[in-house]
Design a protein around this ligand. Structure first.
Ligand code: PHE
Ligand code: NA
Length: 455
């Protein structure tokens, strides 16, 4: 199939460059652009965070996206197998192992948040969310997430769909999602951003997002958060892009796809910021209120509109669809690895790995109720801690190893050829970004966040 998701043991290929580009975009665009971008930006001072994030995307993210594409297409193998093939017996394979581990961790909590999105979709279908609940939208959110059972049910439903699609390889469903629902989400988010800016009191939100508080630049945590967000949002540093590119035929032009995916993903996040922050301030919310930010803010926007119930329904439907295509790419990283490594069938790998990931996600969900006293890293709850470990540490670490591999471990001429950049000026720039700039920048951010380096 075009998605590489069907039952046969032969490796499949995307039919066209557009199919591959859409799949990569489907992986990139998801909860990261709306849910995670909003709350992480809100917690890290707004505009200063946004600037550092954009620098991370351009100087570190872009070159590593192209590196993952080049590696995957060259080896036609999974996140781990790619390094085994290109550099047998060398430690670079650590990037792939970290990547598979990250896929388990990230999908485990991604399904919890996707479950929240499903719950809100349902709330707009039944009409429950059409008017402000007695406890307000904040109360609604905290009551729902604190209840032990209900979020688990929505999480199960989401995992059920994710596993089902990866199992069945319903490429038509994926295509529909990527070709129609993703552009629809883009149009809706743009429209809501325009509406949000028109709200009274919205200008404070725009200032928060675009006018930097310079003191935030001296906070070491902001750099680590921006770096992690760049990796998370681009689906980068864990071999998801290696895996997807491994289903690509040899004669594609990778640099164009790279710029396309990174640009669209980043625009999505910025427009989502313009949708959310003016509304946060207009409705008297708190930008730093954590993972619940969009779930407490967006219903206020819909509530203030004449046909808000329908808009809310459409929004959470499209958000869930975007989350689904990202979740599929996360599951695919682990499944592709287990199929090759242990010679499992796709069915066995998908059911087993999907089941394990589902169970792994349960503590994250309970962390807002039964287990809310458990804090792992600092003040972070269980979900937040797993997110921090995987997204802010593992993904940039994986990216660091991938950059070092291309710059120092791979044959230079081959790397340049496989990137489709060849002996051009741009090729030189790409190569040096990977060899020096990205590794040094990632190391500096790590050192500084760990307190070993103060500036
Ligand atoms: N990029 C996805 C998002 O923004 C999440 C993701 C991360 C998907 C890593 C695959 C790999 O929602
Ligand atoms: Na994203």
């Amino acid at each position: 199939s075009q998605t590489g998701l069907q039952g046969s043991k032969e490796r499949e290929q995307w039919k066209s460059r557009v199919g591959f580009m859409l799949a990569a975009l489907g992986s990139a665009v998801g909860l990261g652009n709306i849910w995670r971008f909003a709350y992480v930006t809100g917690e890290n001072g707004g505009a200063a965070f946004l600037i550092i994030y954009l620098v991370c995307v351009t100087l570190i993210g872009l070159p590593i996206v192209l590196a993952e594409f080049a590696i995957g297409r060259k080896t036609q193998s999974d996140a781990v197998g790619s390094f085994v093939k290109l550099a047998p017996g060398k430690p670079w394979v650590l990037a792939g192992i970290l990547g598979v581990a990250s896929a388990f961790i990230i999908l485990s909590f991604y399904a919890v948040i996707s479950g929240w999105s499903l719950k809100y979709l349902f709330g707009y279908v039944t009409g429950e969310l059409w008017s402000t609940p007695a406890t307000g939208y904040e109360g609604f959110f905290s009551d729902f997430t604190a209840s032990p059972l209900e979020p688990l049910i929505w999480q199960s439903i989401f995992m059920f769909f994710t596993i089902g699609i990866v199992l069945a390889g319903v490429k038509k469903g994926l295509e529909l999602s990527n070709k129609i629902l993703m552009p629809a989400l883009a149009i809706l988010v743009i429209s809501l951003a325009i509406y949000s800016v028109s709200l009274e009191g919205s200008s404070e939100g725009l200032r928060f997002l675009f006018s930097p508080d310079w003191s935030a630049f001296s906070d070491p945590n902001v750099y680590l958060a921006a770096l992690g967000q760049a990796f998370f949002s681009l689906s980068l540093g864990m071999g998801a892009l290696i895996t997807y590119a491994s289903y690509l035929s040899k004669k594609e032009r990778l640099p164009g796809v790279t710029v396309g995916v990174a640009t669209m993903d980043t625009m999505f996040a910025i427009v989502a910021g313009v949708m959310i922050f003016p509304a946060v301030f207009a409705f008297g919310g708190e930008p730093g209120s954590g993972p619940g930010l969009v779930f407490m803010t967006l219903p206020n926007i819909f509530n203030s509109m004449a046909i808000g119930g329908v808009i809310g329904l459409a929004f959470f439907l499209l958000l869930t669809a975007a989350a689904l295509s990202s979740a599929i790419s996360l599951l695919e990283v682990a499944v592709a690895y287990f199929i090759r490594k242990f010679n499992w069938s796709r069915k066995k790998a998908t059911l087993l790995i999907g089941g394990v990931i589902y169970i792994l996600g349960i503590p994250s969900s309970l962390g807002y109720g039964l287990l809310s006293d458990i804090k792992i890293f600092g003040e972070r709850d269980i979900l937040d801690s797993l997110d921090f470990l995987a997204s802010d540490i593992f993904l940039p670490l994986g990216g660091l190893i991938i950059a070092l591999f291309v710059g120092w471990g791979w044959n230079k001429a081959e790397a340049l050829k496989e990137s489709d950049l060849g002996r051009t000026a741009l090729g030189k720039v790409w190569y040096n970004l990977l060899k020096y700039v990205a590794p040094i920048a990632i190391l500096l951010v790590f050192l500084q966040a760990s307190g070993l380096l103060a500036f």
